[in-house]
Ligand binder design. Structure first.
Ligand SMILES: [Zn+2]
Length: 410
């Protein structure tokens, strides 16, 4: 049989087809195509989110018996049907400890223990869908078994109550990261909202070293720039920012400045981008910052509280919104500044009250992955941001912990 390109006329037909193809624009993939591609990728690699506050949201609703996690909960950003729709492979659940526990109520360590207990009971209650994970290997095994991994991260270093013994016991319970501070500074680490220039104290550096030895990741979300820098210099293992975005795009103290971002590649760590509208949209941040002075100015005019409330409501109704695309901008930015190996996802779902348009809950992760694909990201790069970077960091922390223990044993 004659090849259609070989014959005189066939060759011309081939040329004609080539010319036609070159002038007909290739059809761009549709949004559905990118979403389908995203879902296909998330079958090959577990999507790991750095921070989700459902444990405290459940606690505030009266505990595990008050919330059926197996059915869709319209008022929550997280439940099993949404986790499944979002193809989530692993979740760091926040054992969040309010800073007010430093003043009254249950001790911070007790509050942390109760949160860890809630996470473990939540995971045990839905064994068909959830499984505890204490290592990178656990996450991979659970993923192969079709289950969402439950990892524990303590939010707020006040949980250890200045005790390395308590820290070691949290490690024994399976805690895999500790956010060094929440909104209030500790004697050994300074919070992002503190005007003090201090960073880590000598004891703070001891905490970091002990966390490295135990294989607990040092989480630098919520700390100030001095503490970020001190911890990055003190750490032997990769650090993480479990839920922080890029300050160059949104000038929020909770985001990571370029000067710190540039220290991350040598450390091998990861910055997991937060979805909080005020952290990803500069317009929203400026708007949110303006609310308090507005309320104060209204009060100063002698307007009664009901009228003040109405005015504030009217302002809120006109509030600007952040978007999924802006979250993707932060991911893109961090990739550009420090490389694709150091960026991940840290939604902060159920800890935030507002959400970006398009990223309303955990079921929307594939839309964010689809946006990266639409922007021309390759599949291997998407896999890294979705979960491979987080797995690498977990594994590196496990390796460093084993090395440090061997050194100490000598
Ligand atoms: Zn937080």
């Amino acid at each position: 049989m004659q090849d259609w390109k070989v014959g005189k006329w066939g060759w011309r037909k081939g040329r004609l087809l080539a010319v036609l193809l070159s002038i007909v624009p290739s059809f761009p993939l549709s949004a559905q195509d990118y979403r389908a591609q995203a879902l296909r990728i998330l079958k090959t690699v577990p999507l790991i989110d750095g921070h989700n506050d459902i444990p405290d949201a459940i606690r505030q609703r009266g505990g595990l018996d008050s919330v059926d996690f197996a059915v869709s909960q319209p008022k929550l950003m997280t439940d099993i049907p949404k986790l499944r729709a979002g193809a989530v492979g692993g979740q760091f659940w926040a054992a969040y400890v309010p800073v007010t526990t430093m003043d009254s109520g249950p001790h911070p360590a007790v509050y942390a223990l109760e949160q860890i207990d809630l996470i473990k009971r939540l995971c045990a209650k839905y064994p068909r869908d959830l499984a505890m994970a204490y290592s990178a290997a656990d996450v991979e095994r659970n993923f192969r078994a079709g289950k969402v991994s439950c990892l524990i991260g303590i939010e707020g270093g006040h949980a250890i109550e200045n005790s390395l013994g308590a820290l070691r016991m949290f490690a024994a319970l399976g805690v895999r990261y500790i956010t060094l501070t929440h909104w209030r500074s500790l004697s050994w680490a300074t919070a992002s909202t503190d005007t003090a220039r201090r960073g880590l104290s000598a004891f703070g550096r001891d905490v970091v070293h002990e966390m490295n030895r135990l294989g607990i990741l040092v989480d630098l979300s919520h700390v100030n720039d001095g503490t970020m820098s001190d911890a990055l210099h003190a750490a032997r293992a990769p650090v993480m920012f479990s839920h922080s975005s890029a300050r160059a795009l949104t000038h929020h103290a909770r985001d990571v400045p370029d000067s710190i971002l540039r220290l991350v590649p040598a450390n091998g760590g990861i910055v997991m981008v937060n979805f909080n509208p005020g952290f990803v949209s500069e317009v929203v941040r400026v708007y949110e910052d303006s609310l308090e002075p507005r309320a104060r100015a209204l009060k100063a005019t002698g307007t009664d509280s009901a009228a003040t409330r109405d005015s504030l409501k009217a302002w809120q109704a006109r509030a600007p919104k952040a978007t999924l695309q802006q979250v993707a901008d932060h991911i893109d930015y961090i990739r550009r500044v420090i490389g694709v190996d150091h960026v991940g996802l840290g939604s902060d779902f159920d800890g935030i009250t507002q959400v970006p348009v398009g990223l309303e809950d955990v079921s929307k992760f594939p839309d964010l992955i689809a946006e990266l694909l639409r922007r021309g990201w390759t599949e291997p790069d998407v896999q890294k941001v979705a979960g491979l970077n987080a797995l690498r960091v977990l594994r590196a922390a496990e390796r460093v912990a084993a090395e440090l223990r061997r050194e100490k044993a000598k």
